[in-house]
Design a protein around this ligand. Structure first.
Ligand SMILES: C[S@@+](CC[C@H](N)C(=O)[O-])C[C@H]1O[C@@H](n2cnc3c(N)ncnc32)[C@H](O)[C@@H]1O
Length: 283
């Protein structure tokens, strides 16, 4: 497993929610509102690599009244954390058994938790009827070959946010920034369970593949813009990035340690992401 902890996902959740591109998100909401007006029954949404449910908590309050979500992750502990976090977040819990039914902002939301390894079982997951496939901070983990497989299967709209795109600016600048970033990108492209990861190229590859298959694709930039108010996140980010760089062996230990020490004190930090919305031609 890639080993994302619920604590790390909780720490990044406010920055993730702030970073999402609002204009692109409004288009998605508008399309789903139109769909909900055209037919009865709940909207069906599938969240790939859901972790502890941050993507649902960002999007569900903005969508039409009746929603059925399937949160898919291969880490059962994160799916349990998702259930617990959604219970805390809800205005009212209607029932809590196999599925969780809750009310938030007058939205009736049913959540199904599905433990599945998406590297092997994406076909089964995409076979589930859905009005929207969504994901947050997930697609940079997958390999280009897996993206080809995924895009070849996709027949519903896809809204994916916060795919790491490789842009980083830290202030004040450090002489070792460029070497560290190069090594970090090398680490980003190691195997995260799907084959050599697309890492910072994932959003571009996905856009190209989906356009080739006739999807209308829009993208937008959704960077984390962090400052001293985000000190814990900056520290964890610097520590995690330094650990990844150390694993590559591309930068000397002393330089990585010096970089980590200074980056924990960084004044500002921009980490680039891309949001993408893709609609099949007939949608
Ligand atoms: C960076 S986290 C993002 C979590 C969540 N979407 C969020 O925005 O907080 C990536 C997620 O992908 C999940 N993941 C990684 N590889 C997976 C796989 N092969 N199958 C299913 N989930 C996977 C991880 O367990 C983790 O929850």
């Amino acid at each position: 497993m890639t080993g994302f902890s619920a604590q790390w996902l909780a720490l990044r959740e406010p920055a993730d929610h702030r970073a999402r591109d609002i204009a692109l998100q409004s288009i998605v909401i508008h399309d789903l509102e139109r769909l909900a007006r055209m037919r009865a029954g709940p909207l069906k949404l599938v969240d790939l690599g859901s972790g502890s449910g941050s993507n649902l908590r960002a999007l569900a309050p903005l969508l039409p009244e009746n929603q059925h979500w399937t949160l898919v992750d291969y880490d059962p502990a994160l799916l349990e954390a998702a259930r617990a976090a959604c219970i805390l977040w809800a205005d009212q819990v209607v029932s809590n058994d196999d599925s969780l039914k809750l009310i938030k902002n007058n939205k009736h939301i049913t959540i199904h938790f599905r433990c599945e390894d998406l590297s092997s079982n994406i076909e089964a997951v995409l076979a589930e009827p859905a009005d929207l496939i969504t994901a947050a901070a997930f697609f940079d983990l997958v390999a280009e070959q897996w993206l080809e497989r995924f895009c070849g299967l996709l027949s519903t709209p896809l809204y994916t946010v916060l795919t790491y795109n490789g842009i980083e600016h830290w202030t004040p600048a450090e002489p070792s920034d460029a070497a560290i970033l190069k090594a970090f990108h090398a680490h980003q492209q190691t195997d995260k369970g799907f084959g050599a990861a697309a890492g910072p190229t994932a959003a571009g590859v996905m856009e190209k593949l989906l356009r080739m298959r006739g999807f209308a694709v829009s993208n937008a930039s959704s960077p984390w813009l962090l400052d001293s108010k985000d000190r814990s996140l900056i520290e964890q980010l610097a520590t995690g990035s330094a650990g990844a760089v150390r694993d590559t062996g591309l930068v000397s230990r002393e330089n990585v340690e010096a970089w980590q020490r200074s980056r924990c004190q960084a004044t500002t930090c921009e980490i680039g992401h891309t949001d993408l919305y893709a609609r099949p031609r007939q949608f």
